[in-house]
Design a binder for this molecule. Structure first.
Ligand SMILES: [Zn+2]
Length: 252
């Protein structure tokens, strides 16, 4: 029998871009989207899926990113450690970090979870290590001293089917997502394999896709899961985030 799992969502920063960044041709002013992190509480351990941005992206309100600029930022109190403490979870008690991928806005808070083992797809780790694009990958974020355990393909974290890591390649060569089984149904934490619900509705990949064929295959799988009732929490979806309440058990 499956044990009870609880999921919490947090926003650990902001990603700001024009609509065309998501779906080419879409027009409009810059949009603000969250940089989500999730806590997954299982009776046999705690996992965090994605950890936000590193300290170098912290800003003061007085120095906030102008509304018409592309970029990333977070403010005091938005980091994953502070988010966890706010719900009385000690950052040192996190057993696992599951990084969807190793881009700067998804593993920048890894250092704040000192006792966690990092779970990442082997291909992603290799891609990061050999990358020559410091704007996307930097060891300061993902190589922070904790053990790194590489995974190839699917991985059932607690062996009971309640927290399943699934490969969702395309955005990066080794992107992964997590399917969490809650009492009310299944939730897929997408990460950046699909930025927004609109991307999936129109089946259009963003330009920021490392492999278009893999990306479209991932979209087809997500669409099938969605049609079969899986709730998808998208990677940087400002519209969807309005319906998410942070820091409380996520209920379907
Ligand atoms: Zn991202």
């Amino acid at each position: 029998m499956q044990d009870d799992v609880t999921l919490y969502a947090f926003n650990c920063g902001w990603f700001q871009c024009k609509p065309g960044y998501y779906v080419e041709g879409d027009e409009g002013p810059h949009m603000r989207a969250p940089v989500p992190s999730y806590l997954i509480e299982h009776p046999r351990g705690r996992a965090v899926f994605d950890t936000g941005m590193g300290v170098r992206f912290r800003r003061e309100q007085a120095n906030a990113l102008p509304a018409d600029k592309f970029g990333l930022e977070w403010f005091e109190g938005m980091d994953i450690a502070t988010r966890l403490k706010a719900i009385d979870v000690d950052p040192a008690s996190i057993d696992w970090i599951i990084n969807s991928h190793l881009h700067i806005d998804h593993c920048g808070g890894n250092a704040h979870l000192p006792n966690a083992t990092v779970l990442v797809q082997a291909i992603e780790f290799e891609t990061a290590r050999t990358s020559e694009q410091p704007m996307l990958y930097t060891p300061d974020d993902y190589d922070t001293g904790q053990p790194i355990r590489t995974v190839s393909g699917e991985h059932d974290l607690f062996g009971d089917g309640s927290v399943r890591i699934v490969p969702t390649f395309g955005h990066t060569p080794g992107h992964q997502s997590v399917i969490v089984k809650l009492s009310g149904g299944e939730v897929l934490l997408a990460g950046d394999c699909c930025y927004t619900e609109r991307n999936l509705d129109v089946m259009v990949l963003p330009n920021a896709t490392a492999n278009l064929e893999q990306g479209m295959e991932t979209y087809r799988r997500l669409d099938a899961l969605r049609k079969s009732g899986t709730h998808i929490l998208f990677g940087h979806d400002g519209l969807q985030w309005k319906s998410v309440t942070e820091g409380v058990p996520f209920v379907l």
